[in-house]
Write a protein that binds this ligand. Structure first.
Ligand code: F6P
Ligand code: MN
Length: 322
């Protein structure tokens, strides 16, 4: 099995980006270890704080964020970072060539039940003449990402990553301490009979989504003429990993549960990196009105509607909005 650096060189990834990726992965190896030892190390449960988005911070969220942040800021490769757990972007090295957005631990509600969680990251080139302190560094569309990926802390610690030449799967091999390529150019099947949505929000969705899901649930007695199965891991990394592995549609649509917050998932460190991975695997990553990666970001924590996965099924869903 191929090691990571040769696999990246085969895709003509520049050496400075390879160095940054290796830095990121060093942090994920430590997070993977801390996650596996969380109970033993007194890292279960919540802190007394909330993050800027009003979410309770778990102890492991904080540990993962500090690890990731420190290793990136010390690396010299990074002009600035932004994280789900940081109120604002944080300046790094003015000579750093890249900016990194990350969700240090996605699916935090799964921590305490020993279920799937992961780290999501998205890399852009820094805007050349812009200050490291300037949050404008992060106002770049998803289609400008030079790398995106996640590390899933499951039964295997798996890296799923793209640098724009397909989406590849790697597994952390603890015998030598590095990631090995296990599947090159993963393809999301175009058709699926599996959907992922938080059904408990049904009454808060807009009408097109209500109608679409009703038709899926009606199965072979409804207009779709086939049965669908439902899965919900409650961690985007876990649900997207299933979609990349065997197809499916994953959506977190607009809802009116909290009128001031119509969407749940964050553009910069959840929707954009996952969109890059899904599109590089032949899937679609959309909102009900357009491509996620074409959105002009205005805020590092902005939220967005997400409909992604198997291309024919995403199109079927979008046809209800027309
Ligand atoms: O980070 C947000 C997140 O935890 C995603 O990972 C996940 O897909 C979603 O929220 C789960 O939402 P809910 O709590 O509504 O099931
Ligand atoms: Mn998250």
């Amino acid at each position: 099995m191929q090691r990571l650096a040769p696999a990246l060189r085969q895709d003509n990834v520049p050496l400075d980006l390879i160095s940054l990726i290796k830095t990121i992965l060093a942090a994920t190896k430590e997070i993977s270890f801390r996650v596996s030892q969380a109970h033993l190390g007194g890292l279960m449960g919540s802190t007394l704080d909330e993050n800027i988005q009003g979410e309770v911070q778990k102890k492991l969220d904080v540990v993962a964020n500090e690890l990731f942040k420190d290793i990136l800021l010390e690396s010299g490769f990074v002009r600035a970072i932004s994280s789900e757990e940081e109120d604002t972007s944080v300046a790094g090295d003015q000579n750093g060539k890249f900016v990194v957005s990350f969700d240090p631990l996605d699916g935090s509600s799964n921590i305490d039940i020993n279920s799937l969680i992961g780290t999501i990251f998205s890399i852009h080139e820094a805007i050349p003449d812009m200050d490291a302190e300037d949050p404008g560094q992060f106002q770049q569309q998803g289609n400008k990402q030079v790398c995106a990926g996640y590390v899933l802390y499951g039964p295997s610690t798996m890296l799923v990553m793209t640098t724009g030449s397909g989406t590849h799967f790697y597994v952390l091999d603890r015998t030598h301490g590095g990631y090995l390529l296990v599947e090159r150019n993963v393809q999301v099947p175009k058709d699926t009979q599996e959907f992922a949505i938080n059904m408990s929000n049904q009454r808060f969705w807009q009408e097109p989504m209500q109608n679409y899901i009703n038709d899926l649930v009606a199965g072979d007695t409804g207009p779709r003429g086939k049965n669908f199965n439902m899965r919900w891991i409650a961690a985007m990394v876990g649900d997207i990993h299933r979609v990349l592995t065997r197809g499916g549609i994953f959506t977190y649509p607009a809802d009116s549960k909290k009128p001031e917050q119509p969407y749940k998932l964050r553009l910069m460190y959840e929707a954009n990196p996952m969109s890059f991975l899904i599109e590089q695997a032949g899937g679609l990553a959309m909102t009900s009105t357009g491509r996620i990666m074409d959105i002009d970001p205005t805020d590092i924590h902005q939220r967005v509607e997400v409909i992604m996965g198997s291309s024919n099924e995403v199109e079927a869903c979008l046809s209800y909005y027309k």
